[in-house]
Design a protein around this ligand. Sequence first.
Ligand code: FDA
Length: 448
Amino acid sequence: LAFSQSSNDKFIQCLSQNSDPVFTQNNTQFLSVLQSTIVNLRFSASTTPKPLAIITPLTYAHVQSVVTCSKNFGYRVRIRSGGHDYAGLSYSSHDQVPFVVLDLQKLRSINIDSSKKTAWVESGATIGELYYWVSQNNKNLGFPAGICPTLGVGGHLSGGGFGTLVRKYGLAADNVVDARIIDANGKILDRKAMGEDLFWAIRGGGGGSFGIVVAWKVNLVNVPDKVTVFSVSKTLEQGGSDLFNKWQSIGSKLSKDLFIRVIILPGSTGGGDTSVLRDRKPEARRYFNAKSDYVKAPIPKERLQDIWNWMLEDDNPILIMEPHGGRMDEIGETSTPYPHRKGYLYNIQYFQNWENSDASDKHISWMRRMYTNMTPYVSKNPRSTYVNYRDLDLGENKNANNTSYSEAAMQWGSKYFGNNFRKLALVKGVVDPQNFFYFEQSIPPLKA
Ligand code: FDA
């Protein structure tokens, strides 16, 4: 397909047939809408590929017409809910095919039925908004999902989603009971219409491969009147390594009511009141980079000092370690695409952020060294990684017509999804055999 100015114009005309906003590159609001939910400044540079247009639909019918126009004209769609994708894939593309961003930020209604302990939430809502309105409706109900309030429901639930309630109630995706998706044919399907295989795939198979999930029905969970939050800080001189070592073996075995995570960092963190949940206010935007691992056997105590020394080779790296166990041990490895269940002690996120783009190369190469150094201490065959902490260093698809299942499985598929990768690819082969929902790490279609 050749993309000329006139085909671009006809495509934009097709997109604009609805009354909902379409921001083309010459619209004065284009950049501010594009940047409105970008959290990683690495993908906000002038060199980052820009979409031909951003569409912020108000209705599902408009989402459907974006799919049909894009399919008919041969353009790509990037789906964005909260914009927190680590590699910026919800609003940029490395592919040669021009693309538009379908930004769901205006589709963000939340309907709570506290008598049935369920809620329908649209993908463009943030998880903070969900927490806030659930707590306003009934302070003894909650929802188990991530910690940062500005995460979009759409991307977050698509990749699993865990936070402080993970040991008690599992992943956000484990608590989804229905959904509405717009598929590659522009059809809107609920759980019954999409069937159990696709419904399985969208609850942890990573966002963007199967269709546009516009809304989710979730089970709300009981929370007590009082939740106790505590923080214990220890330096290495105060026995930090011993404490960490102890935590490694008990963090995932304690009562499900306890979630104790470890953050290894140079400074301290602050608090805030509950209005931060509701306010859709992004944290200060910075450049950042991350990778993740899972640990199945405690890292030998005598090796911990090596890890702390490697951290000193960069300016401000942070290691965030979150225990599994509890409810996570009870949910089977194939129940959802997220396979890191029984036997996983904790997850490690290596995270760096910085203020100046000149420092990017230095930080990124430190991270790669750190990841290599950690090889002996983390899960193996495959080395497990969390799809919501997307990492393009693991590998990328080549192009939509040439995505190899076996290469993808070897490079990143089995790391994110273990043995579930094959089923994800088979589902993709049925629901999107032409690979319309293609991106750098989309699931490749596999024929049965
Ligand atoms: P974004 O809109 O960028 O989408 C992410 C991916 O999903 C993209 O591929 C996109 O195309 C696709 N997608 C988005 N909406 C979709 C939809 N409606 N239908 C289909 N596909 C869709 N994770 C965690 O588990 N626990 C945590 O505590 C945190 N904390 C955290 C803090 C910060 C600061 C960041 C940047 C990230 C996290 N995360 C996290 C990771 C987070 O879960 C992950 O980045 C999610 O994909 C973010 O979802 P958004 O909708 O915000 O992203």
